[in-house]
Design a protein around this ligand. Structure first.
Ligand SMILES: Cc1ncc(C[n+]2csc(CCOP(=O)(O)OP(=O)(O)O)c2C)c(N)n1
Ligand code: SF4
Ligand SMILES: [Mg+2]
Length: 311
């Protein structure tokens, strides 16, 4: 068995789903759910993933799906967790599959408070850097200078660094990942599944339509995002131990050139984006080297006794 193969009993996203042809949102979720397994409930707010999962009573997912409002995924997941625990179903995973608009922006308040309470859930942000299923409007995840339907001259502010914000909540596990680096993604899902408490995965999903990509360029864009350092792969345990899992091997210009949303950029704007990425990369390296020192933070908060797995 290779990391690419998914046994039938772990294939939780079926064919016949409604993703745009070629979109790696579906591929990403297929691999995330292969790591999560059948004993799970998905929380899917309005987003591309809600469309992909399908309209009731139809579903492309083999696990139960709860669709909350756009702003309430982490609160809905907290409630489901408590209901499952009250029934003694401690081993059932609550997995959130939300977009960046529903996570960085409108759902952030309840995500932050769920993180503060260390609610036991796997929260996955499917980050396509915009409100894509409603026609590609900007979110606070959209990078500077990118075209969107609501920033026709390019976005003027930078991408919010939600991964670092989540790490600052000192939850057990926070990581970035991409299906273009599949072994790393599957390892991170497995690692998250081995922990309790709030685990947050930020997954980059190049949007074919919103980013101006060819139908077969989703994986290439994801790979270039990592290799240019625009979307570095890293993980943070207990808010304290930072590990970088990728290398920065090419200029951001290679990544930008693939995408229609950056077609209007001047050479100065490309250079400014390169400077921004270089500064972010240097900061990440400093975090990783500083956390190689002995731990100053308490270790992973224990799951409260009344919510500990049975047996
Ligand atoms: C309060 C509220 N405002 C607006 C909407 C309309 N709406 C549904 S999905 C969506 C976009 C969500 O974007 P994101 O979370 O990034 O998911 P994506 O579509 O990009 O996967 C919007 C604006 C809504 N459902 N609820
Ligand atoms: S709108 Fe973009 S992110 Fe959404 S399914 Fe289509 S290609 Fe994928
Ligand atoms: Mg989005």
């Amino acid at each position: 068995m290779t990391v690419r193969s998914i046994p039938e009993d772990r294939a939780m996203l079926c064919s016949g789903h409604a993703a745009c042809p070629g979109c790696i949102d579906a591929l990403t979720v297929r691999h995330v759910l292969a790591g999560v397994g059948a004993d799970a409930i998905a929380v899917v707010p309005p987003s591309c993933m809600a469309i992909i999962a399908g309209p009731q009573p139809f579903s492309a997912l083999k696990i139960p799906v709860y669709q909350p409002t756009l702003e309430s995924s982490a609160a809905a997941a907290s409630g489901l967790r408590r209901a499952l625990d009250a029934q003694g179903r401690h081993s059932t995973t609550v997995v959130v599959l939300a977009g960046d608009g529903g996570t960085y922006d409108i759902g952030f308040q309840c995500l932050s408070s769920a993180a503060e309470r260390n609610e036991d859930m796997l929260y996955c942000c499917l980050d396509n850097e915009g409100y894509m299923n409603t026609g590609a409007q900007k979110s606070s995840s959209t990078p500077r200078h990118a075209w969107t339907g609501s920033t026709p001259a390019g976005k003027t502010s930078r991408k919010k660094n939600l991964t670092e914000i989540m790490a600052a909540h000192n939850v057990p596990y926070v990581a970035t990942a991409s299906v273009a680096h599949l072994a790393d993604l599957r390892r991170k899902v497995d690692k998250a599944m081995g922990l309790r408490g709030l685990r947050f995965l930020n997954l980059l999903i190049p949007c074919l339509d919103g980013w101006g990509l060819r139908d077969d360029a989703g994986l290439a864009a994801a790979r270039l995002a990592v290799e240019s350092g625009a979307f570095p792969l890293y993980e943070v345990e207990d808010g304290a131990r930072w590990t970088v899992n990728s290398a920065k091997t090419r200029p951001v210009a290679d990544y930008l050139a693939l995408q229609g949303r950056y077609r209007h950029l001047t050479a100065e704007q490309v250079a400014a984006l390169q400077d921004e990425i270089d500064a972010g990369w240097a900061r990440l390296q400093r975090q990783a080297s500083a956390s190689a020192a002995p731990l100053a933070m308490p270790a992973t908060p224990a799951v409260p006794a009344d919510r500990a797995p049975a047996g």
